[in-house]
Design a protein around this ligand. Sequence first.
Ligand SMILES: [Zn+2]
Length: 166
Amino acid sequence: MTESSEEPGCDSLVPQTTRVPLPPGLRSRVALGLTAAAARGRFELQVCRECGAVQYPPREACHRCLSVLLDWKLQDGGGELISETMLYHSHAEFFREHLPLRLGMVRLDSGPTAIVYLHRKVPPAPARVKVDTRLDKGGHAVLVAVPGDTTKMADTDMADNGLLQW
Ligand SMILES: [Zn+2]
């Protein structure tokens, strides 16, 4: 017989609270611009004032000309889904509750390529999509793609998966 180092029943003396797992929230300071815009319902990316290149992910200097003059500007989100995958495993507790997760790689018409959550109504790649930002349960911006012919994000039903604030 082995002896436990803990007294039996100690846990019952400690008030139990329900801990709700949140998605990973580590972001760079500059990436908070994406979240600030998403909180206002806008999909904004940095655009270089010198050469016009659109930046993603958010960064301190232009990926093309290294200018630091980057302005947040509204994006229409049009793009092409070029590949996708289904995530069946995650070490993050939050994601484990939402598996499987459909993820895609989208080449935005404005230039950058981004990894996004894919709505289940998005057809297999290659497909036209519309990318927008939403806040996840941790209050950080994430990118989501819906079918390209969707006129309003409200037409979709991503809220029912509990992944995002909607
Ligand atoms: Zn530039």
